[in-house]
Design a protein around this ligand. Structure first.
Ligand code: GLA
Length: 375
């Protein structure tokens, strides 16, 4: 990928720049908990967005997306926003840096990636984090890593229409090879957890049903949670109990009740998983993953037929844990599979899914890797 990017950079702009990369992510458990002030358990993966970048001495950004095969130029003022969705991520990062007092100039860039789009592995966070990290480094802005993650998140809010939490950008910036991270999304305290479950593999089964979070029910879910928290009288649903939720049952809609019930359950599940991991108890980890899946499907309603099919199939095959991963509405399941079951499960998942939906799912073995960096 690096060689290809460099070749195209040279063709378009001549000469060379510096190369930066930032990763997509997985999340073991803790879904739709980040914007509820609760816990998440992500890790960066070996799929990234990579960009060659060089200051160009003007006040314009000249950007070439190799994957989309499109070239766009834009200025750095608010009114210069490009129309292309992919370019808005880069523009948003520039603007959010400027809003925080960072002085940057124009640059030339060619970039590409191998984080599958719309698969729930956070390709957009990888793109934002790559540019936030790079611009901070190139202009020596001294922005700390948390602020870099927040710049990516604010880009989603202000330029891309998704009111996301902090998980994806955090994972992309802070990722560390071989480690998952438990992040408390309220205090932003985090802890690295070396993750090497002996006798098990983590594998993603991508339904290739594309999800699209922008302008989507994602924001509706967040609004439901905020209404429920307000009715209960807590800042975040993380602080609510089922007793408190039941006490306001008649005052909120059934839908908001279901959403809140899921979040309260999910907060407890992440803590259970942390405890289980410390004991090496992967059966409990897996059981909680299935509970998350069906909570996301029945209460939070962010699954789809294909992902429910994959979760049911995983259970039938004896897979230890399986659940939809990421924001939902498509994408992949994350599976915790015993080594000796792996081949049979993958073969069965491919065959049965293809027989039902007419295409094969894509399989990705998870390799937990480093986050944003200069190559
Ligand atoms: C998307 C968002 C994250 C998080 C997940 C669900 O990936 O970007 O902030 O809310 O969905 O856990």
């Amino acid at each position: 990928m690096k060689a290809k990017i460099h070749e195209e950079f040279q063709k378009k702009f001549t000469g060379s720049g510096d190369i930066y990369a930032s990763a997509g992510r997985i999340n073991l458990i803790g879904e739709h908990t980040d914007y509820n002030g609760s816990f998440v358990f992500p890790g960066a993966i070996d799929k990234c967005i990579m960009a060659e970048i060089r200051k160009n001495g003007t006040d314009k950004v000249r950007a070439l997306s190799l994957d989309i095969n499109e070239y766009v130029e834009f200025g750095l003022r608010e009114e210069d926003a490009p129309k292309q969705a992919w370019a808005r991520y880069i523009f948003g990062v520039c603007r959010e840096i400027q809003k925080r007092g960072g002085v940057i100039g124009g640059f030339d860039t060619a970039f590409a990636g191998n984080v599958p789009l719309g698969a729930g592995m956070s390709s957009s966070a990888a793109l934002e984090s790559c540019f936030a990290f790079a611009l901070n480094d190139m202009w020596s802005l001294g922005i700390d890593k948390f602020e870099l993650a927040k710049i990516g998140q604010a880009t989603e809010h202000n330029y891309c229409g998704v009111n996301c939490g902090i998980m994806d950008q955090f994972a992309s910036v802070f990722g560390k090879k071989g480690n998952l991270m438990r992040l408390d999304c309220r205090s932003l305290e985090y802890q690295y957890f070396p993750f090497n479950p002996k006798g098990y593999k983590l594998v993603l089964v991508d339904s290739r049903v594309k999800h699209q979070l922008a302008g989507s029910p994602y924001n509706d879910r967040r609004n439901s949670c905020e209404r429920a928290a307000k009715a209960i009288g807590v800042e975040f649903l993380r602080d609510a109990t089922m007793e408190q939720l039941n006490a306001v049952k008649g005052k909120i809609s059934d839908e908001d009740y279901m959403r809140a019930e899921y979040v309260i359950g999910e907060t407890k599940r992440v803590l259970d998983v942390c405890e289980a991991l410390e004991k090496g108890d992967y059966e409990t980890v897996g059981a909680r993953m299935y509970e998350t899946h069906w909570g996301m499907s029945k209460l939070y309603e962010v699954s789809c037929e294909e992902l429910d099919f994959l979760a049911t199939l995983a259970k039938e095959c004896g897979v230890t844990g399986c659940r939809i991963m990421g924001g939902g509405f498509g994408g992949c399941t994350i599976n915790l599979v015993k080594d000796n079951l792996y081949d049979a499960f993958i073969a069965k998942a491919k065959e049965a899914f293809n027989a039902k939906y007419g295409h094969y799912p894509q399989i990705y073995d998870v390799v937990i890797s480093d986050g944003a960096h200069k190559e």
